[in-house]
Design a protein around this ligand. Structure first.
Ligand code: NAD
Length: 373
């Protein structure tokens, strides 16, 4: 089982990025989307990303042309027939992914591996839509795919170990750091990240801070490359709401219910950068927001950090992922400067537990309580 031709279905933020990852690595790539305009948008996403790399001196024009020449585009799933691996990056809606996998199963040669880039949905349910569930896997890239070095490889109880091994080998050959995990809503990174982002919007909805204060707090006090509202806009608020719905259906916790502020933006068509506006308006170039109110920034930073570190401790305690995989995921998948367990080490676990307890007591939210050990 070797890989020469790679297919990608869905050519939005992630699909176009995944096309670029494989074309840069020398593979022939076929990109498919559901309509002519969607294909054109995908071509334009790829062209813009390559032009940015050329303008920054990271690629020569000749290399960019070679990468472009390795990619073909179209609307017909039959174009994917000879692909050794097809990665689906369509919207985060289970019924849509199930429909796509059933079509892929019919179109792609029987030896082809089918992967989903889903952020949270059940890979098992997606695999069940095919006649080859042993060759269906989660391959979860991070945004922007050509830049972020982390990939979660999600196997199900159906997965063939050889298929998993080949995907891990392939991922390593792309220079990515992989974590192999089982099928759980949100996997490692999104379970932690989306709860943090939702928490931020819940604080915003409660009027306790402005988006500028929140974003400045996380950038200035934790050194994050972006604040939560800026990151929601980058990921796509619609995608985040869908991921949270999946996580909430699993945990049933109020803190995982998509915050009203996100839901209303999506209803108004403000999905973030990809639609031109979200929490911020992208019709003009924005400076990173800042705010001089140190007291509010400190409070917001404390609350977001304590809740997030508590979630990381709880995830590791369940045995789902190791400290190393959690730290790598948050650093290499989200671009955070330090992993949560490195932060816990420097603050001290007892201080974190005290911070969690104080947050739980002040907000009356039991889910913020530290684990009982
Ligand atoms: P997006 O909205 O930017 O792109 C979705 C793409 O799918 C578009 O090209 C659209 O035209 C296409 N599409 C829609 N219906 C289709 C169909 N029936 N057949 C083929 N293509 C179809 O979304 P995105 O942010 O790129 O997310 C795609 C997937 O990647 C989701 O599962 C998401 O959870 C996951 N993901 C997103 C991020 C992120 O930061 N945005 C990160 C990691 C994973």
């Amino acid at each position: 089982m070797s890989f020469s031709q790679i297919g990608v279905v869905g050519l939005g933020i992630m699909g176009a990025g995944i096309v670029e990852v494989f074309a840069r690595a020398g593979y022939q790539v076929v990109g498919v989307a559901e309509s002519g305009p969607a294909v054109d948008a995908g071509k334009s996403n790829l062209a813009k990303s390559l032009a940015r790399a050329v303008s920054k001196g990271k690629l020569s024009q000749e290399q960019s042309d070679e990468i472009t020449a390795r990619v073909s585009f179209g609307e017909d799933f039959e174009l994917l027939a000879d692909c050794d691996l097809v990665i689906e990056a369509a919207p985060e809606i289970l019924s849509l992914k199930v429909e796509i996998f059933s079509k892929l199963d019919a179109a792609v040669k029987p030896s082809g591996i089918l992967a989903t880039n889903t952020s949270s949905l059940s890979v098992t349910e997606i695999a069940n839509a095919t006649t080859r569930p042993e060759k269906v896997i989660g391959m979860h890239f991070f945004n922007p795919a050509p830049v972020q070095k982390f990939v979660e490889v999600i196997s199900t109880s159906h997965s063939d170990v050889q298929v998993v091994g080949k995907i891990v080998e392939l991922g390593n050959s792309l220079g990515k750091h992989l974590a192999q995990i089982s099928d759980q809503p949100g996997f490692i990174v999104n379970k932690l990240l989306l709860r943090y982002l939702n928490h931020a919007v819940q604080i915003l909805d409660a009027g306790q801070a402005t988006k500028e204060q929140m974003d400045a707090a996380m950038r200035e006090l934790s050194g994050y490359p972006m604040g939560p509202c800026e990151l929601l806009d980058l990921i796509g608020i619609d995608t985040c709401v869908e991921i949270l719905k999946t996580i909430h259906a699993d945990t049933k916790l109020e803190i995982d219910e998509p915050a009203a502020g996100m839901v209303s933006l999506v209803s108004a068509g403000a999905k973030g950068r990809k639609s031109g506006s979200g929490f911020y308006d992208y019709s003009e170039r924005l400076d990173a927001p800042t705010d001089p109110n140190e007291a509010i920034k400190n409070q917001v930073h404390n609350d977001l950090l304590m809740a997030y570190l508590g979630d990381c401790i709880a995830m590791e305690a369940t045995g789902y992922a190791s400290k190393t995989d959690i730290d790598s995921g948050m650093k290499l998948g989200c671009g955070l400067p330090t992993g949560p367990f490195e932060v816990i080490e420097s603050i001290g676990i007892e201080k974190v537990r005290a911070g969690q307890a104080e947050l739980a007591q002040r907000t009356g939210i039991a889910a913020y309580q530290p684990l009982p050990f």
